[in-house]
Design a protein around this ligand. Structure first.
Ligand code: ZN
Length: 382
């Protein structure tokens, strides 16, 4: 029955039926159609009707509720960009409404931006004035995103606020001073080499040792391999001081900070792995002696092999080659085209462009073609 009504409405609209209807009529019709478990055709009609209602210039104070309805129907329909745009507008107009922010969290997740979603859910959970059902939904989502709030109890208790960063550490932890220096160095390097700076403060969680770091990730149900010294999850950096290795900790933090900054610059989009890791090892000066090492490699990796979601799934030798090669490629890309183009590419990713398309638009050739030239000539360039 609901489906039929949706089809009828859509048909009426297509035939130029109630085109002159006041925005209230469209909005009311959309509200009637938006039911739990509504059929796809009904959701499409809700989207179309609320869009049309918005075009008919409702009074400003009523606009956010129409955007909210549009955003929910678009989300239910899997239309990430549309849901995100509508809910962002609703939240911008009325940030005090918890439901708007909850749905903005859903839409951010659907759009592949879990960091933003988690930030919104955590804020809602911390708000005692938010309705219980909103907080319950936020709680459920945080659990499914591997960020259950009870994990916070396992984090070190001391909080230090630094320029551009927050550091969670144990009282009396000597490595806290090193972390502070490392973050300052990382920020300066990133600004100097790439012209990128982070607006949001980054959070660093410094565990006491490997055992505590690993236990925390076991509780998150995302276990870390034994050799892992740090990781970046949803805009937060987790690490521990490897005994006495000051320089290693500085390099590790610079590496992870770079991941956070690149991703934030790309508006929380995933940055293709060879660029993400290549820039990170380049700025933290890891995997030095890159070119001699690559010349000795029996075979280089294909572009496809450098576009896997993470290098950590590779066995050690292949992973090492992947980092070395990514660093050399990023070095050459930056030398040929500069940081301005890299930033333009990251911004295009942030606008939702597919990585390959954005590369071609910014650099003027396909990523595969650039890689082929690099493969032939790259190692001789330096
Ligand atoms: Zn990395």
């Amino acid at each position: 029955m609901g489906r039929r009504r949706g089809c009828w409405l859509l048909l009426a609209m297509l035939l130029g039926g109630p085109l002159r209807a006041a925005w209230q009529d469209d909005y009311a019709a959309a509200q009637r159609l938006y039911q739990p478990g509504a059929a796809a055709a009904d959701l499409d009609a809700v989207v179309a009707l609320s869009e049309r209602a918005l075009l008919q210039q409702p009074p400003a104070r009523r606009v956010p509720e129409v955007q909210y309805l549009l955003g929910r129907a678009a989300y239910d329909r899997g239309l990430a960009a549309q849901a995100l745009a509508a809910l962002r507008a609703a939240v911008a107009a009325r940030p005090e409404v918890p439901e708007y922010r909850l749905w903005l969290g859903y839409a951010s997740w659907l759009d592949g931006r879990p960091t933003l979603a988690i930030r919104l859910f955590q804020a809602l959970l911390a708000e005692s004035a938010a309705p219980p059902e909103v907080r319950k939904s936020a709680l459920t989502w945080l659990g499914s995103l591997h960020e259950p709030p009870e994990l916070r109890a396992l984090e070190p208790g001391e909080l230090l606020t630094l320029p551009g960063a927050r550091l969670r550490h144990h009282r009396g932890e000597a490595a806290a001073a090193t972390v502070r220096q490392a973050l300052e160095a990382a920020r300066a390097t990133l600004l100097e080499r790439l012209g990128i700076s982070l607006d949001e403060p980054v959070e660093v969680v410094l565990f006491r040792d490997l055992a505590e770091y690993q236990e925390y990730h076991r509780q998150r149900q995302i276990e870390r391999p034994e050799w892992s010294t740090a990781c970046t999850v949803n805009g937060r950096i987790f690490t521990y001081p490897a005994a006495g290795e000051h320089d290693a900790l500085v390099a590790t933090l610079t590496h992870e900070y770079t991941h956070v900054a690149l991703r934030a610059y790309a508006d929380d989009r995933v940055v293709p792995t060879w660029v993400d890791e290549g820039v990170a090892v380049l700025l933290s000066n890891q995997f030095g002696g890159t070119r001699p090492a690559l010349r000795q490699a029996p075979q280089l990796l294909s572009l496809r092999a450098l576009l896997v979601p993470t290098f950590s799934a590779y066995e050690t030798g292949v992973a090492r080659l992947a980092y070395l090669q990514s660093r050399a490629m990023v070095e050459d890309l930056l030398r040929q085209h500069g940081a301005v183009k890299l930033r333009a590419w990251l911004r295009a990713l942030g606008q939702g462009q597919e990585a390959g398309e954005a590369f071609e638009a910014v650099y003027g050739l396909a990523m595969g073609a650039w890689y082929d030239t690099w493969f032939r000539e790259g190692l001789d360039a330096n």
